[in-house]
Design a protein around this ligand. Structure first.
Ligand code: ZN
Length: 253
């Protein structure tokens, strides 16, 4: 049995005028993107150490380590389609019922699903900045990264087309500040319904966002979540797509 029946969740969504969604890796695992930290995650299967892959000093010292991970990640991601739940959120936005999505993911599946108001707390591979001349390249995609790494010498490192400096994707590394946290906090504090999807809320500062609202909060995640119970908090331990297919039967948009 659910702690929040899908029909009741749908009722909350139907009544909401300003839903905000916070998503984590769990929303993308059904698409086939490995949860980095999960048992089948890239970090484990490919023996990448997450503390090193996204560690800024290590990036400058040994960029090939990050770029080898990027090569594997981009290969894994480029043929992947968004999940049912990604599509559900895009429909919600088109219906004018979604104030925005805040994501911890770097896989751009929300945008591929059709969502446009997406705040990427940890950045993404869609743009990159030269570490020497500070030129920013925008509107990149995974194909570009794959092609660029194929063109470069081994180990794969992508250099700035202008000056030849080291190119760093605009992903937030450990030791760097997340993007737009103040805006995320304002979004959450202004919502009338918060959906936390596929996040165990164990990475700060994203994990602090649910504390910014007293609105109804629905957390759907496989496994434990680092958020204490509250009068308006509902926890569902279920596969996201399984749950939201049932919710979708009851929504009116
Ligand atoms: Zn440059």
């Amino acid at each position: 049995m659910y702690t929040l029946e899908p029909a009741v969740c749908a009722d909350l969504i139907n009544k909401s005028k300003s839903t905000v969604v916070l998503t984590g890796a769990g929303i993308s695992t059904a698409a086939g993107i490995p949860d980095f930290r999960g048992p089948k995650g890239l970090y484990v299967t490919r023996r990448y150490d997450p503390e090193l892959v996204f560690e800024i000093h290590n990036f400058h010292r040994s960029p090939e380590y990050f770029y080898e991970f990027t090569s594997d990640f981009a290969s894994a991601v480029k043929d992947i389609d968004p999940t049912f739940t990604h599509g559900f959120l895009a429909r919600q936005e088109r219906a004018g019922l979604l104030a925005g999505i805040i994501t911890q993911n770097i896989d751009i599946l929300h945008q591929l699903a059709g969502s446009s108001n997406v705040l990427e707390l940890h950045g993404s591979y869609r743009s990159a900045t030269c570490q020497s001349c500070r030129t920013q390249l925008s509107e990149l995609n995974y194909d570009w990264w794959i092609d660029s790494m194929r063109d470069s010498t081994r180990p794969p490192i992508v250099h700035c087309p202008t000056c030849g400096g080291l190119l760093k994707p605009d992903i937030v590394f450990f030791g760097e500040s997340v993007n737009g946290y103040d805006r995320a906090e304002a979004m959450v504090s202004g919502c009338d319904l918060l959906l936390v999807l596929g996040s165990s809320l164990n990475v700060t500062p994203a994990s602090l966002l649910p504390y910014s609202t007293s609105a109804a909060t629905v957390v759907v995640n496989r496994g434990a979540v680092m958020l204490p119970p509250g009068p308006q908090r509902f926890f569902v331990d279920e596969d996201l797509d399984v749950y939201f297919r049932k919710v979708a039967e009851h929504v009116t948009f």
